[in-house]
Design a protein around this ligand. Sequence first.
Ligand code: PLP
Length: 358
Amino acid sequence: AFNFSAGPATLPESVLRQAQDEMLEWRGSGASIVEHSHRGPEFIQVAAEAEADLRTLMSIPEDYAVLFLSGGATTQQALIPLNFAAAGQTADYVVTGHWGKTAIKQAKPYVAVNTVASSEAGGFRDIPARGEWQLSKDAAYVHITANETIHGVEFRDTPDTGDVPLVADFSSSIASEPVDVSKYGVIYAGAQKNLGPVGITVVIVRRDLLERAGQNRADIFNYASHLKGESMLNTPPTWNWYMLGLNMKWMLAEGGVAEFARRNAEKAALLYSVIDGSGGYYRNEVAAAVRSRMNVPFFLHDEALDKPFLSEAKAAGLMALKGHRALGGMRASIYNAMPVEGVKALADFMKDFQQRHG
Ligand code: PLP
């Protein structure tokens, strides 16, 4: 079956098989990787390799730290103001979908949020042009959501925010194409879409930002302490970290982010062409220039067809196409691990369904 879930999402079969093979005993070490201490040489090696491979994959410059944390992307949305904004300082937020709103909700207790641009009035179908953003004078940072997982809207270019650090939620598009990390102050992402299993979160942060005082907070909420403790201030999610590492090796072996950008563009073009070519039978309402290449929400022309569409898709081995409850309709998430064949199968199914039910 092909699994179009938005996250936790599909993982490559070879990664799952390797994990299965190593589950009982990791590389002749006498124990499973889930049984080894995070302080032992076995896991230290796994953790170091995962970081090195992620750095290679994303061309992360040396002046950026990489943290492997738990708590998901949502926790980072609260930690970001605590770490990078002084009490009472303003931070600028650009809202292009559901997750931009979540970021504000989590930040609000700690920072004066200024929503500098929002596409909510238009139903989150576009991204407000950079020229329309009214940035604050002394903002601690500017926050964007690189790819809106529910609304299917993505930034195609990195907006220029001058000297104000750009903080970006890349949960659903990290490592899906080459990105110039040096244009960002912070990139964060829950792993469960493009990097590995749920339970581990990657935070890539320009080192000088870690010198900011931020606000009074417990050590466990302090990114600088996490860096000093090598992301092991407390017991880290070792299994998830290990799985992420296997997935990094798979992505490198497949040709890296340039190759995934190529495949992702091909998959997205195929799906949008079926939708746009259906004469209104299917529709996607997002402005073409900002359509997501990771999450493709679409609607059938008649809601009464939703149920048969989903049940017939499932019977055809096409899983998890139900749209998010906030939007309804359908959504196909086509992350790195979704093969081109999976999207071809979905495209064929959609055309066939239209013929049979049209
Ligand atoms: N940000 C984006 C763009 C997401 O897609 C999600 C989850 O789907 C989140 C944040 C929340 O992530 P988590 O569940 O890891 O906290």
